[in-house]
Design a protein around this ligand. Structure first.
Ligand SMILES: Cc1ncc(COP(=O)(O)O)c(C=O)c1O
Length: 383
């Protein structure tokens, strides 16, 4: 479905759907995306339905779930039956870890840029017999050679955050997919900082599990997440994931026998998050209507422009310069990052700071003018 509606909207038209951009240079999509006018209307519609047409609303409880499931599948090249809608990145990561065959003497390869949501599930007491191998960056890059050196025949999984929230570094999923396949290991991807910003094709990249939340680059709601599970892990009854609910089973609940649904539906638990889905669907539609090729191009152009400008100011840019090693996140090292971030906010520029790191995250609705406003605020605070 990638490209099915693509090219219906250009970045300027997307921008017009976001009233916040008329006021602020919002550069914080790696944190929480603003609502579009379409999202606002969808939430209002939902509220009205729930207030005045409650029984009617119940009749199509699953309709939005199916639409959103299909829209997300299309954005990452998955089949709809391989997607379950969750609430967070961590929910999917925990499911993936639960579904992978584990035994003493095995290991999992991760790296220092991996986010907690995908690392912690490996550290639970029931998994302590698995060795966690951390690969360190060199020159702010995780090198495929270093990952390869950590993998061996006892590696059951390679688990990475596709794009790092701290530096903006991007892994090459295709190459890691080949490495994982060579050793028969599963590839787990936390796509929280990439899905909705980059083109992803889970099948061609050899990704077995991918997890993310909707509230950042996917332009959706908090409390809504997605979990892709490759078909091969969904076969066999029941799945290894040790949880179930009425929505996972085909047999009506009074009979109390376990007969799991087909596909990723067997990982569902119960009634969907209706308000969250209502607030997520418009953002996914916007991405489809723009086309992920256009979105990715725009995001890379803006992050590239921003990096050029920062480098010309002699600042320490943490994000790699080559296009294939980055996405939408641009980070610099600054001693007074938090102070600068507050100054930016006072000038109508939204970014993020953490310790000595200052970050801006241009998305499809941003333009060079927003980056210039950020740079002007940055220059002011260094005077
Ligand atoms: C790389 C990455 N993964 C995951 C998350 C969030 O995880 P969760 O959806 O479990 O809250 C973030 C949030 O900043 C992130 O940057």
């Amino acid at each position: 479905m990638v490209g099915q509606f693509g090219d219906l909207m250009n970045p300027e038209e997307v921008r017009n759907l976001y009233p916040l951009l008329a006021e602020r240079a919002f550069l914080f999509s790696g944190g929480l995306a603003p609502a579009s006018l379409r999202t606002k209307q969808a939430i209002e519609r939902f509220t009205n339905e729930l207030t005045f047409e409650t029984a009617e609303r119940y009749k199509n409880l699953n309709e939005e779930y199916r639409i959103v499931q299909q829209l997300f599948a299309g954005l990452i090249g998955a089949d709809q039956s391989e997607i379950v809608i969750t609430d967070t990145t961590a929910a999917g990561s925990n499911l993936a870890v639960e579904m992978i065959e584990r035994s003493p003497g095995t290991n999992v390869v991760v790296d220092h840029f991996g986010y907690g949501s995908s690392i912690y599930p490996w550290k639970l007491p029931s998994r302590q017999h698995i060795e966690l191998r951390f690969v360190a960056p060199r020159a702010r890059t995780i090198h495929i050679d270093d990952l390869a050196a950590a993998v061996d025949n006892d590696t059951i999984a390679i688990s990475v955050s596709h794009v790092s929230e701290m530096t903006g570094f991007r892994h090459d999923l295709e190459t890691i997919g080949t490495l994982a396949a060579d050793y028969g290991a599963a590839l787990l991807v936390d796509a929280m900082q990439s899905a909705g910003a980059l083109q992803i094709d889970v099948h061609s990249a050899g990704v077995h599990f991918l997890s993310c939340g909707a509230m950042k680059w996917l332009l959706g709601s908090s409390g809504v997440g997605f979990f892709y599970c490759n078909e091969q892990y969904l076969q066999g009854l029941p799945p290894r994931a040790g949880i179930t609910g009425f929505a996972s089973q085909t047999v009506p609940w009074p009979e109390r026998t376990l007969e799991p649904e087909t596909g990723a539906d067997r990982l569902r638990l119960g009634a969907p998050n209706l308000i969250g889905l209502a607030a997520t669907k418009p953002g996914l539609e916007i991405l489809h209507e723009t086309g992920m090729q256009t979105v990715e191009r725009h995001v890379l152009d803006l992050s590239g422009y921003c990096i050029d400008q920062l480098q010309s100011r002699d600042l320490t840019v943490l994000t790699p310069t080559p296009e294939h090693l980055r996405a939408g996140i641009v980070a610099i090292e600054l001693e007074n990052a938090s102070e600068v971030c507050s100054h930016m906010a006072s000038r109508g520029v939204d970014g993020w700071s953490y310790g000595n790191m200052l970050r801006v995250d241009p998305h499809i609705f941003n333009n060079r003018g927003d980056i210039d406003r950020f740079l002007a605020a940055l220059d002011e605070s260094s005077r």
